[in-house]
Design a protein around this ligand. Structure first.
Ligand code: ZN
Length: 445
């Protein structure tokens, strides 16, 4: 954490003359946690990102005179600069609707600001709450969340502000919100700001503290695998459809339904067909499989026998029900993105299709709580988004057939000299127990 109030800790240089900027105060009109800064040489003033969330990686400087955003850390972070410029240009004097829940007094306030224009960013920031609750017991956590994540704020937080700003307007700048926060903290001699790490380590997070849904118990994988539960994660978004690649051969492409859907530029229809084909292949290879499709989208056209849990709107009860299904799933299957955060946090394993532009961001959306690097690689399989349904099915079948034994062989628990020293035959018995469970379960061989 850093000192926020009354004067924040900040070390930034003037973008015009490079002299140090003096910190005069703080301003939090929305997702941005800003320092009020003045140049010690040229006297210009700026708002600068405090080292919190993405401000840790690439702090921007906003000139309030003209709204210009200085981005000293490179053009590839233009989105973070654009959000600041856009929010400031459309700044509003009032405050959004804020539902304040005060659970206990704020004696040493620690502010965790989870507001953002991206669902995934906001959720990942919220996961920082657990660290503070567990490690900073002397502080009283004040959490700012978008209203849609209110249900995930854990117990032991001192105060919750649920802000009614839709995610698509998440970079909005409300002077009224900044004013209310200042009023809330003005009587405090000091307050602190969470670093709100954008990528908290998944194995340090107990997801049930947030969702109240315990994740899949991986230790049971070997004995229940005969009837694997598989959940496909649906997402409808321009660059995140999985259409299973183009069918092989021009003639086939022209003839097939999938080919027609792709050619007709209807990616939703193409995804529906790709999911149907994947379900058909999985059914053929794993006759006992329990299949479902979950996520945001119109329900009704899932293949026969596949539980269609999709919905076009989501609330806490729906999202929690989805989490229960993820936690019940051996494998969740979907396209890279924030839609995979909660599925991967709860499920036993993940098969993820990655669009070309997303390879640089892989693992940002994976919250499998697996601390062992080799087991994490076993439990999380990444494929190009162009992979055909047959190729995806092959990986899923391999997972449910072989992961149990592979995870024993490669685990740190079973691959050190010390582990085997007391009883070199213990691993044999463990493998046999898991293998027996797999056989008696049937269907996944
Ligand atoms: Zn200057």
């Amino acid at each position: 954490m850093i000192r926020l109030h009354p004067i924040p800790d900040v070390h930034l240089a003037c973008p015009l003359c490079q002299a140090p900027l003096a910190s005069r105060g703080w301003y939090m009109p929305g997702m941005r946690c800003l320092a009020d800064l003045a140049c010690t040489a040229c006297n210009r003033t700026f708002y600068g990102d405090l080292p919190s969330s993405h401000g840790l990686f690439f702090p921007m400087l906003l000139d309030p005179q003209n709204g210009h955003v200085h981005n000293p850390h490179g053009a590839q972070f233009a989105w973070f600069a654009d959000w600041l410029a856009t929010g400031y240009a459309a700044r509003q004097q009032g405050a959004p609707d804020i539902a304040v829940e005060a659970r206990r007094p704020l004696r040493r306030p620690l502010v965790l600001n989870c507001l953002d224009a991206r669902y995934g960013h906001a959720l990942l920031k919220l996961l920082n709450a657990e660290y503070h609750v567990n490690h900073d017991g002397d502080f009283d956590l004040l959490v700012l969340v978008p209203k849609c994540l209110r249900w995930m704020v854990p117990a032991n937080v001192a105060e919750v502000w649920a802000i009614d700003v839709p995610l698509h307007n998440g970079c909005a700048w409300h002077d009224g919100l900044a004013k209310r926060l200042h009023e809330r903290l003005q009587d405090q001699s000091a307050a602190w700001l969470s670093l709100a790490l954008p990528h908290p380590p998944p194995d340090a997070v107990q997801i049930e503290s947030f969702t109240h849904v315990p994740p899949f118990d991986f230790s049971t994988w070997g004995v229940v695998i005969g009837q694997p539960r598989l959940t496909l994660i649906w997402r409808e978004e321009r660059d995140r459809y999985w259409t299973g690649g183009a069918p092989a051969g021009i003639k086939q492409a022209l003839r097939s339904q999938l080919g027609r859907a792709v050619r007709s530029r209807d990616p939703r229809a193409a995804q529906t067909l790709a999911f149907a084909r994947l379900c058909a292949v999985l059914r053929e290879r794993l006759p006992g499989a329990d299949l479902a499709v979950a996520g945001l989208g119109r329900a009704g056209d899932a293949p026969d026998g596949v539980a269609d849990l999709r919905a076009e709107t989501v609330d806490a009860a729906r999202e929690q029900a989805w989490c229960r299904r993820y936690a019940d799933s051996h494998v969740v299957i979907g396209v890279h993105g924030s839609n995979m955060l909660l599925p991967s946090a709860h499920a036993g394993a993940v098969v993820e299709m990655v669009p070309p532009a997303s390879w640089r961001n892989v693992m940002q959306d994976i919250l499998l709580p697996e601390p062992d690097a080799r087991r994490l690689a076993l439990r999380c399989r990444l494929l190009p988004v162009a992979t055909a349904p047959e190729g995806v099915a092959e990986v899923v079948v391999d997972l449910v057939s072989h992961l149990a034994l592979a995870a024993i062989n490669l685990s740190r628990e079973w691959s050190t000299h010390e582990a085997h020293r007391p009883d070199p035959y213990a691993i044999l018995r463990r493998r046999q127990a898991v293998g027996q469970g797999r056989k008696t379960g049937g269907g996944a061989s």
